[in-house]
Ligand binder design. Sequence first.
Ligand code: SF4
Length: 335
Amino acid sequence: MIREALLYEKLEGEKVRCNTCPRHCLLGEGKRGFCFTRQNQGGRLYSLIYGEVASLSINPIEKKPVFHFYPGSRWLSLGARGCNFRCPGCQNWELSHSRGGTANYLSPEELVSLAKRHDCLGISWTFNEPTIWLEYTLDGAKLAKEQGLFTNYVTNGYITEGALDAIGPYLDVYRVDIKGYSRGCYGRMAHIPDFTPILEAVKRAKEKWGMHVEIVTNLTPEYNDSEEELRGIASWICRSLGALTPWHITRFFPCFELSHLESTPLSALEKAKQIAGEEGLRYVYLGNLPAGSGENTYCHHCRQLLVKRQIFDVLEYNVKDSRCPYCNAMIPGRF
Ligand code: SF4
């Protein structure tokens, strides 16, 4: 279904400028933006994917991954097609790089009713970039909040301040990638000229809108696995979001245009975790590893086991009233 875009400017000669993400695509009549999901039709900008759901499933929130927001809870996860990035190692490239293919229309009302019918705690917009789905996710998130559900963006964080401020009041969780800490790294990984809008958006999500923030870095050999990049990310998280912010460092598996690379060596993941600790981060997780090796939650104060996980299952849960039962420290997030 098509829907007029929320954030754009009408310019001379029937051109339009999209203000949804920092690419600010300038589009002549009939042209589509970089994400291929927005089109100038007669001097107006339209989203072409309103309600067009290409992937839908119910998962534990651990799968996003989000570990500090009601661990083990069920969430309805959905995504469309398209992305405002072109990452050569994208793990969801069939959806994010697709310019067509099947999708089924699901109204915001049907979406919320489906989540409630299946006893989900919330709705996650995931699989592709939710920012480019702003109009639909906004309507869905408003309804979800009215119906007592939580909401989550699984995002690359490349969003304008205007778009973030539109969805901000209706989002509870911001699960955001920080892929690197240099223009060079982001240029190679995502084809964007400047990554600082991402950092600004993450801070704003937390400070202005009070979202629960968890960070993910998919550790990709030859791309973002240098000590400089990792120290840059870790120290920025610590300085700007706080030492108790969860950081998930996940193992890369060869796919799409990076099929020629090896999977991330375990030693590189351990080294990244060590760097995170040296920079002061207290909740560092290693993901996509054999069961049980990097995804447990330990109290930041006394290091006792709080949540034991296996793949996406919670096997043991020791948090009481959001506190560590051993030392009484308040555990960050929602428990
Ligand atoms: S959302 Fe799409 S059309 Fe709009 S600026 Fe970003 S890439 Fe361009």
